[in-house]
Design a binder for this molecule. Structure first.
Ligand code: FRU
Length: 506
């Protein structure tokens, strides 16, 4: 109970900044509340055309969503589970919502997969395909590993024998009991061939660490080591949602540990750091670099992790929001979207390893042909991608805008080699939270080329900037009355191309 209160008050404080008093303690369940069956079983299908409704990003038809969970690829289908409140538009009744897609772009919402049980709410976690039947539930069973958030945070499993359509919770839960650690959550698991074992990363919250554990059968777990970093800049907030990833760079094996941190992100509130290093089956050791490194320099890419069981690439998706104001963004009847899915690669830039992200190639499925930007008007669009030529030697300024005199301004600072965006009252509605307006979101640009190409993905309530080489990203929410449908260079000539992206909802 005491632990709940602590967690609850932390969430409450972070969620409610700027919106007065908190009712958060009341909504955190300790005993399972009754969830009416038809409510959780039937995903509602809306028009997906409400004000601010993203047209090319996943959102649930209705209700609250936060972290992506349990992403797993099974027989040609990408499953996306997520923190979900089946009963309302605020954080609470944490369950795993479910959607699936064959191209990572068009999503179909499915019945809620996991709801609160005797051990508590269902917090974040991952899913794997048990090809070797190590757990004994059956060959190729899909096993979900999640945090049971009740009187304390413990790890539990559930299994699916119908390709991730339905799950049964394991009677032996919790598989990792815990009564002593206040923060112990978000299990992310992968199969480690060399040691023939499953490796789990678990976040230690305000202890600023990630515990690594191993198991032969997904049921009995042994602690291996704890990864931490002493730099105060990495310890401004609690560590959540870790993911340990393996990459090949120039024929060399490198490992990356992704850790979400809240608050203490690159701008304010939530953010996603990463560490580059090595993993020997027991311990992750970070290379001596200047941490934190950021996976995204914007305000709104949090709690992201990668799909498991994808044979040929590393695909990431993040929650496109920030705990500073997530509870009060002015959208309804849903709340929150995911980022566009991105393929991650570890590359060398400026002599260092950089985690690069590029929107998955399946974006082509909704893209029209490229056209020159010309005067900068996109015409009538659901969403669009701009590929802007940016002269890094000139202090140019651009505006993405609409016919309502709302605009998002960004400019180049040649001396710091950064692209800087201002998110303020001019961008649209910002009145819901004092923390939403920010004078400068800064995106560093790698390399020394005078001219670079910058991809800008514009949807109704978000803008994602990603350099064409993927080495820098900056994701932000904006709430203009209508989508930005033009771009101008207020200080020079506009150069680049654009293409419209068509809406993903039928
Ligand atoms: C991250 C997080 C996780 C937790 C979940 C609860 O946003 O705080 O650590 O499992 O959200 O909804």
């Amino acid at each position: 109970m005491r632990l709940w209160t602590k967690t609850a008050s932390v969430f409450a404080a972070l969620l409610m900044i700027g919106c007065g008093e908190s009712k958060f303690d009341e909504v955190i369940p300790v005993l399972p509340p009754v969830v009416e069956e038809e409510e959780q079983d039937k995903p509602s299908v809306g028009s997906y055309d409400e004000k601010y409704r993203p047209q090319i990003h996943f959102t649930p038809a209705k209700n609250w969503m936060n972290d992506p969970n349990g992403m797993v690829y099974v027989d040609g289908v990408y499953h996306l589970f997520y923190q979900y409140n089946p009963r309302g538009n605020d954080w609470g009744n944490m369950s795993w919502g479910h959607a699936e897609s064959t191209d990572l772009i068009h999503w179909t919402e499915k019945p809620v997969a996991l709801t609160e049980d005797r051990l508590g709410a269902i917090f974040s976690g991952s899913a794997v395909v048990d090809a070797g039947n190590t757990a004994g539930f059956g060959k190729d069973a899909v096993i979900a590993l999640y945090t049971s958030a009740g009187a304390s945070q413990q790890q539990s499993i559930a299994y699916s024998l119908d390709k991730a359509q339905t799950f049964k919770t394991f009677e032996g839960n919790p598989v990792i009991p815990n009564t002593s650690k206040p923060d112990f959550r978000d299990p992310k698991v992968f199969w480690h061939e060399e040691s023939q074992s499953w490796i789990m990363s678990l976040a230690l919250g305000w202890e600023y660490g990630v515990e690594l554990l191993s198991s032969k059968n997904l049921k009995n777990w042994t602690s291996l080591s704890i990864f931490t970093n002493d730099d105060p800049a990495c310890r401004k907030g609690q560590w959540e949602c870790p993911d340990l990833l393996r990459f090949e760079v120039d024929g060399q094996e490198k490992w990356v540990m992704i850790v979400s941190v809240n608050p203490g992100g690159p701008v304010s509130g939530s953010g996603t750091m990463y560490f580059v290093g090595s993993f020997d089956g027991q311990k992750f050791v970070a290379d001596d670099l200047d941490y934190p490194l950021w996976l995204d320099y914007g305000t709104d890419n949090y709690a992201g992790v990668t799909w498991s069981n994808v044979p040929d690439r590393t695909i990431y998706i993040g929650w496109m929001n920030n705990w500073l104001y997530a509870g009060i963004v002015p959208v309804s009847p849903w709340r929150s979207a995911m980022t566009l899915p991105r393929e991650l690669e570890l590359v060398k830039a400026d002599g260092k390893y950089v985690l690069a992200s590029k929107v998955v190639r399946e974006i082509e499925n909704i893209a029209s042909d490229w056209a020159p930007l010309g005067e900068g008007s996109f015409g009538k669009i659901d969403a669009c991608q701009v590929r802007l030529s940016v002269d890094m030697t000139k202090e140019n300024t651009w505006r993405l805008s609409n016919g309502h005199d709302e605009y998002l301004e960004f400019y180049v600072n040649p001396s710091s080699r950064k692209i800087i965006a201002r998110r303020n009252g001019s961008t649209g509605d910002s009145s819901f939270s004092a923390s939403f307006s920010l004078p400068a979101l800064r995106m560093p640009v790698t390399g020394d080329a005078d001219e670079i190409e910058l991809d800008i993905y514009v949807d109704r309530s978000s803008v994602e900037f990603i350099t064409a080489d993927g080495t820098s990203a900056m994701t932000m929410l904006v709430f203009p009355q209508e989508i930005y449908d033009r771009i101008e260079c207020t200080t020079g000539t506009l150069e680049g191309d654009f293409r419209s992206l068509s809406r993903i909802w039928k």
